[in-house]
Design a protein around this ligand. Structure first.
Ligand SMILES: Cc1cc2nc3c(=O)[nH]c(=O)nc-3n(C[C@H](O)[C@H](O)[C@H](O)COP(=O)(O)OP(=O)(O)OC[C@H]3O[C@@H](n4cnc5c(N)ncnc54)[C@H](O)[C@@H]3O)c2cc1C
Length: 451
């Protein structure tokens, strides 16, 4: 069995690693960075910058912790070095694991050449590899609207915004989804003035309004200007900065503009048509529960598959594809449930959720039990000098089974794991409530909400 994987992001590298571990002959083709462009060039640098911003915010709050006020000045070259070293370390670690599992890694641009061959354009020329199974996991790139072209100077795509050579004095962010608000938070905490153009009446339009309200309050407290109900339609670039024009006649001036308006799948040039693989109108490759395309031995995963664009989801798809390639169909089917994927937004406070959302339950007319506990009553939140936010658990009133939940507050991205396990395993709220947790810990609020 020869399995050829095009794209070494979380989807591709996990599929390669798990299949090779089980004895499959695997070739992994990557044109840029093992670990993934979106993963190691977007996800990791953004979180590293947010961590530095968080450290600065902590320094700002030092007097609240009983310290003399201390000064933390940003060291941009130091921050750039830190991001580079994290990315290099992660890439090196992954390469060495893949190598130790026996995965053949080929540097170059891959494409299908008919249903059973992959051609790789390497520095040394083209190489044709035969395949019994193929995975296309080529990820995505930032979407660019037709009214603006990122130049890497004044107009930035999300990939051009870090690590910054100079810090923007005033950043105008277009797009108030998950990526947009993370960038607002990141640059505001590093000391930049920020204006956010919000096309609807709330940031994070798809989230629970109660959750979005906590974030908006924090943005306003930090002086972020919100231009709500406005759609950006044009940008003027001058010597000293930019002016972003909105469809209602309003405008936002700043030193730089950042576009955070979604992503597009990397499907071009993959030779999908030569293998008969169907692509939808938006460029995504439709897949079934096993991540198979319409051509059964050709799989697609990660951002290219148009499911949840998350590194964690891509990794899980990769693992399940490896099982399916090996013949473990039922296992693959059982575990891939996108509705139960946890996700987080790394703002301050952090926002995380999993499973059924309250608004969706109401829209479906479904009976639910909602319990909410604020962190204001948590000893650990007070000790940490950050009592913002809450835990909300949604359960079935008849059975007590946990259906979903949201957490807003410190470490929400870690704490949501408890609810993610409960939702995936079908645990009841009482299973959480009856667990003896650590005291003092933020997780105690989970047990309380579950009670
Ligand atoms: C700013 C930002 C922050 C994010 N933060 C998070 C986060 O905190 N948590 C989270 O879970 N997700 C996050 N995401 C989403 C996450 O990065 C993606 O969902 C994830 O990387 C998708 O994995 P993938 O394997 O599909 O693609 P990628 O990680 O993009 O990997 C695809 C790989 O394929 C390679 N490739 C493409 N075409 C070819 C070809 N023809 N031949 C060879 N190689 C090719 C690319 O070079 C790339 O390395 C973030 C995204 C953005 C934009």
């Amino acid at each position: 069995m020869r399995f050829v994987v095009i794209g070494g992001g979380p989807a591709g590298s996990n599929a390669a690693m798990h299949a090779a571990r089980a004895g499959v002959d695997v070739t992994l083709v990557e044109r840029d960075i093992i670990g993934g462009a979106a993963n190691l060039r977007d996800c990791i640098p953004s979180k590293a910058m947010i961590a530095t911003g968080g450290a600065m915010a902590f320094v700002d709050r030092s007097s609240g912790m009983g310290l003399d006020p201390i000064q933390g000045h940003l060291d941009l070259p130091g921050l750039r070095h830190r991001i580079d070293s994290i990315v290099t370390r992660l890439e090196d670690g992954l390469v060495s694991i893949l190598r130790s599992q026996g995965v053949e890694m080929v540097a170059g641009e891959g494409r299908l050449d008919g249903p059973h061959h992959v051609v790789v354009e390497t520095e040394g020329g083209a190489r044709r590899v035969a395949a019994d199974a193929v995975l296309v996991a080529t990820g995505s790139r930032p979407r660019v609207p037709d009214w603006a072209r990122p130049d890497g100077e004044r107009v930035l795509s999300t990939r051009q915004a870090y690590p910054p050579a100079v810090l923007p004095e005033h950043l105008v962010v277009v797009g108030s989804g998950v990526t947009g608000v993370e960038f607002v938070h990141m640059f505001a905490s590093l000391g930049c003035e920020v204006t956010l153009i919000v096309s609807r009446q709330q940031v994070l339009p798809r989230k629970d309004p109660e959750v979005a309200a906590v974030l908006e309050e924090d943005f306003l407290r930090r002086g972020v200007r919100l231009l709500k109900g406005a759609r950006a339609v044009g940008v003027e670039i001058g010597v000293g900065g930019v002016v972003v024009h909105c469809d209602d006649g309003r405008a936002a001036a700043g030193s730089h503009m950042l576009l955070a308006v979604g992503s597009l799948p990397n499907f071009e040039g993959l030779g999908l048509e030569s293998a008969g693989v169907v692509v939808d109108d938006a460029g995504y490759v439709p897949i079934n529960h096993h991540c198979q395309t319409n051509v059964p031995h050709i799989y697609a995963a990660g951002d290219l598959s148009g499911k949840l664009p998350l590194s964690s989801v891509a990794s899980m798809q990769g693992r399940k594809i490896a099982q399916h390639v090996l013949g473990g169909h039922s296992v693959a089917h059982r575990h891939l449930n996108y509705d139960k994927a946890a996700s987080a937004i790394f703002t301050e406070p952090e926002i995380a959720d999993v499973g059924l959302a309250e608004a969706d339950a109401f829209a479906e007319g479904r009976k639910i039990r909602v319990t909410k506990v604020p962190f204001a009553a948590s000893a650990k939140a007070l000790i940490n000098d950050d009592p913002r936010g809450f835990v909300k658990i949604i359960s079935d009133p008849a059975t007590g089974v946990v259906l979903g939940g949201s957490i807003v507050g410190q470490n929400a991205a870690e704490l949501i794991s408890v609810l993610a396990v409960a939702v995936t395993a079908g645990l009841r709220a009482s299973d959480i409530a009856e667990s003896i947790l650590v005291h003092p810990a933020l997780a105690e609020a989970l047990a309380e909400a579950a009670d």
